[in-house]
Design a protein. Structure first.
Length: 103
């Protein structure tokens, strides 16, 4: 059985919380991110909206609706590319705590 885990970004205080610490999302104060069920090559859990390094390219982890699977999104030659998740990536941050990694 697949493990379902979530974490939440508290927009009003810029802090990441495990979901058990989120009592209510009234007013949309939290952004929820799902655990992909995958780990990076160092054993760190990979969540939606994480930023991973793939051969020197920074990619955002996202749900790939057309293929019903997790993938890595990045820009290349003015096109958005979506690759399937690979086991040889390293989590380097996430889009909320480390937005500077996307520039």
């Amino acid at each position: 059985m697949r493990e379902i885990k979530l974490r939440a970004w508290a927009k009003n205080v810029d802090v990441m919380h495990p979901v058990w610490n989120v009592v209510s999302n009234e007013g949309g104060a939290y952004i929820l991110m799902q655990y992909t069920g995958l780990k990076d090559k160092n054993g760190k859990e990979i969540y939606e909206s994480d930023l991973v390094d793939k051969d020197g390219t920074t990619c955002e982890v996202a749900w790939y609706e057309e293929r019903a699977r997790w993938g890595m999104k990045y820009e290349a030659e003015n096109n958005e590319i979506f690759d399937p998740m690979l086991n040889d990536v390293v989590v380097i941050g996430n889009i909320y705590e480390n937005p500077e990694l996307l520039t």
